[in-house]
Design a protein around this ligand. Structure first.
Ligand code: PBG
Length: 330
């Protein structure tokens, strides 16, 4: 029955006995450079404003954002991803490609302050800028008009690159968005700007707190007609990834992270580009809320969740804890 490779010869606990042994044999490691910090900046604020459902996260002023960005650089965080919240929104999301729009101004500030000290990314979408809160422009029937939205995304991506974004990250889940943005970047002097595509993005309840932070909850309806169904067809995520790569994506993302680790693993095993996973606002809020009640060991659970995402195959992790965790790692 028992071969001599098994107990009592085999004792897996030998490799767990001391901290140095565990450290030596660790198969999953986190590094600050692979962490990406999402940041919110709101036009017209005089003081940073706390986001109630994300304790520790704020809507920044332009100045407080510069400070937070410096802290991220100090900690060794790999990248920032900027979400701008304009004071005035309209149906087409005009602030998204206005050179004086808040996202562009913030990207310019960061570029001027930080240069190449950290990667500066921008989320390329319309929901932060539209008065109806959807990720695209609408038809007369109130549906999101895929192809008309592509033209808007192209303009937004070019405005962001012109303002100083070093990577653009389209998150709207429109068909053809990567191709449209690639063509626009290439045609406007930005062939060197990579696209990190939010390829497999699910219509998730875990985005709830973000919609407070970015003030982008849809005024009517939901995002189910463009984001993926959590119960969707087997293979849908891989199809989205394949299409995005065919359209020119340089890296792909799975979002949310922890509830979709199976998808992270499938994607990692399938593609030959970097894979990012986004530990979203609801994942953050759950841990902070439970920890505030004394129900979870906050620091331990943060590290464990990030390790799990890394172990599932993510090369980069977007997390609101990026600066804190980077400090701890270095
Ligand atoms: C869309 C976008 C969203 C998030 C990132 N980009 C919101 C949405 O799709 O509804 C969510 C991120 C999070 O929950 O932390 N621009």
């Amino acid at each position: 029955m028992m071969s001599n490779a098994e107990f009592p010869v085999a004792r897996p606990r030998r490799l767990r006995r001391t901290a140095p042994i565990r450290r030596m044999v660790a198969g999953t490691r986190l590094h600050p450079a692979e962490l990406v910090l999402p940041v919110f900046v709101k036009e017209g604020l005089t003081d940073p404003r706390p986001v109630a459902s994300m304790p520790g996260v704020v809507q920044h002023t332009r100045d407080s954002l510069r400070k937070a960005a410096h802290e991220a650089v100090e900690a060794g965080v790999g990248a920032l991803i900027v979400f701008g919240v304009p004071a005035v929104k309209d149906a087409r999301g005009s602030a998204g490609d206005d050179p004086d729009g808040i996202t562009q101004l913030a990207l310019g500030d960061l570029r001027a302050d930080l240069g190449d000290a950290i990667v500066i990314m921008s989320d390329t979408c319309l929901d932060e800028y539209t008065d109806h809160g959807h990720c695209g422009v609408l038809t007369e029937d109130g549906e999101v008009d895929n192809d008309a939205t592509l033209e808007r995304y192209a303009a937004v991506a070019v405005a962001q690159a012109a303002a100083g974004a070093q990577v653009v990250a389209p998150s709207g889940m429109m068909d053809g968005q990567v191709a449209a943005i690639r063509a626009a970047l290439d045609g406007n002097g930005f062939p060197h700007i990579p696209i990190l595509a939010y390829s497999a993005k699910y219509a998730s309840g875990f985005f709830g707190p973000f919609r407070e932070a970015a003030e982008c909850a849809p005024r009517f309806g939901d995002r189910n007609a463009y984001q993926q169904d959590p119960a969707g067809p087997v293979g849908e995520a891989l199809r989205e990834v394949r299409l995005d790569l065919a359209e020119g994506a340089d890296a792909v993302m799975v979002k949310p992270a922890l509830p979709y680790l199976d998808i992270v693993r499938q994607v990692r095993d399938t593609v030959d580009v970097p894979v990012a996973a986004y530990q979203v606002s609801g994942e953050y809020a759950m841990v902070e809320a439970a920890a505030a009640n004394g129900w979870l060991d906050r620091d331990r659970v943060i590290m464990e969740s990030l390790l799990a995402i890394r172990r599932a195959g993510a090369d980069m992790i977007l997390t609101y804890w990026a600066t804190e965790v980077a400090r701890k790692l270095s």
